[in-house]
Design a protein around this ligand. Sequence first.
Ligand code: TMP
Length: 202
Amino acid sequence: MSTPLYIALEGLEGCGKSTHTKRLGEHLNAVITREPGGTRIGALLRAILADPENVDLDRRTEALLMAADRAQHMAEVIKPALDRGQHVVSDRSIYSTLAYQGYGRQLGTEALLSISTWALNDRLPDMVIYIDVPTDVLNARLAKRDLDRFEREGADFFARIAEGFRELRAADPDRWVIIDGTVPKDDVEAAIRAQVSNRLNQ
Ligand code: TMP
């Protein structure tokens, strides 16, 4: 059996990450999970983070709650799965913290990288699949759903996050693959599978 991979899907809200996390996870017979909220404790943290009434949540508190969710997720879901030889496919990861809190909330990435790496006990994703969809297309998709605390932020917040993801990808090209998320779902799925199969055969 090949070495199990920890694969994260990343992108802005509405890009199709959740659909493709599920599709890829089922294809690989992987553990399918997400951040925040991949554990019972994580679901409690996610409720605080997503609640639009929590307008007083400080940005550092927000970052630390994300890191707490991540520590629990690594200990309870990711590490045990990898240890027993199963792939893990996760909807979001440490890179969402770097993009959303680092760039979106303008906390910078240095401290966040160190806190999240500590939370992960140094086990970063092996592969990050970025589903790329222009923000105007995403805005049209989001108009159709109930918005959480993050989705209520303005266009500047999301522009900073998109730029953050661009810089993170450019700084670490071996870890990231970019998938065009504007084509039909089955084509997105095929493109993701092709990239993962390349990685598995390396
Ligand atoms: P979701 O919409 O992909 O389920 O993610 C929930 C929200 O949490 C989304 O707006 C992105 C945000 N988020 C962060 O701000 N930092 C993080 O580290 C993670 C994992 C998610």
